[in-house]
Design a protein around this ligand. Structure first.
Ligand code: HEC
Ligand code: HEC
Length: 231
């Protein structure tokens, strides 16, 4: 009896070992372990970012006028994913592509570590429910897409670290982002993420605008913190 149990255990251990070896040799684990973000180094590297992300209310004019997104308080793993998407061309935005291409993987992780904790003390406490009820129209639109299932409670607690917090993000930016998934063939404005490309297909642009207005009006973790180079 003892024998057969221990044999079963060692078989299990063996197959876990095989699976792990396959995983490591495929590069996944090695990559995840090798690169760790360092917030202090990220702070030292953000001079290139604050000219846009460190100015409260700054407007960008491409592909249409909208506020530069808030990135302080965003999920670190999502910041990494977003920067990699600009770098590898899954997101076509030309300015952010140029910037992301100049960053090493280490820079990306350091900047993400810095921005995810930036402004932690200024975050409003979030309740169980969004602080503003959607109107019936918006409620139906959000329900149809099941947005909360991924972006999480209050649209501020994504179920996976690599998914974005969207509550309280600038509404005009949310709209530009959603539109970018809808125009996935546009060579300079598109975003290719398959999940969101599929998601936005069911909505008209005016519906996406309604959704953006509502989600942008909610309390969340995201902020823009005024930063100057000489402080
Ligand atoms: C010239 C202005 C400018 C500079 C400089 C800049 N950004 Fe951006 N950033 C933008 C704009 C505009 C967007 C929105 C792009 C889009 O629509 O996809 C953006 C998007 C992002 C996003 C994605 C946000 C999201 O919610 O998906 C991240 C992350 C980001 N920037 C990080 C950085 C970092 C880190 C730096 C410095 C290394 C930097 N940016 C420098 C203007 C700028
Ligand atoms: C199955 C999971 C899932 C569902 C459901 C989902 N999303 Fe997303 N969402 C994601 C992921 C993953 C990303 C990041 C995509 C990328 O890297 O470009 C994202 C990105 C976004 C962005 C861009 C955020 C930014 O900072 O640029 C917005 C806005 C957004 N989603 C809104 C919505 C809305 C509104 C709905 C419902 C209609 C919805 N999502 C449903 C997973 C989901």
């Amino acid at each position: 009896m003892y024998k057969s149990v221990s044999k079963r255990i060692s078989n299990t251990v063996f197959s876990v070992f095989i699976a792990l070896t396959a995983y490591i040799s495929s590069g996944n684990l090695a990559q995840a372990q090798d690169i760790k973000g360092d917030a202090a180094n990220g702070k030292a590297k953000n001079a290139m970012c604050i000219g846009c992300h460190g100015i409260v209310g700054l407007q960008a004019s491409f592909p249409e006028i909208h506020k530069v997104p808030k990135i302080s308080g965003q999920s670190g793993a999502y910041i990494v994913a977003a920067l990699q998407a600009y770098k590898n061309g899954d997101r076509k935005h030309p300015t952010m592509r140029g910037i992301a291409k100049s960053l090493t993987e280490q820079d990306i992780h350091d900047l993400a570590a810095f921005y995810t904790d930036h402004g932690v003390d200024n975050r409003p406490a979030l309740g169980k429910q969004p602080n503003i009820e959607p109107n019936a129209n918006v409620e139906a639109l959000l329900k149809k897409g099941g947005c909360v299932a991924c972006h999480g409670e209050n649209y501020a607690k994504p179920i996976a670290a690599a998914y974005p917090k969207i509550a309280g993000q600038h509404a005009d930016y949310l709209y530009v982002a959603l539109k970018a998934y809808k125009t996935e063939k546009n060579p300079v404005a598109a975003r290719n993420n398959p999940v969101m490309v599929g998601m936005v297909k069911q909505y008209s642009l005016s519906e996406l605008k309604e959704i953006s207005k509502y989600i942008g009006s909610l309390n969340g973790d995201l902020v823009t913190i005024s930063q100057t180079r000489f402080k």
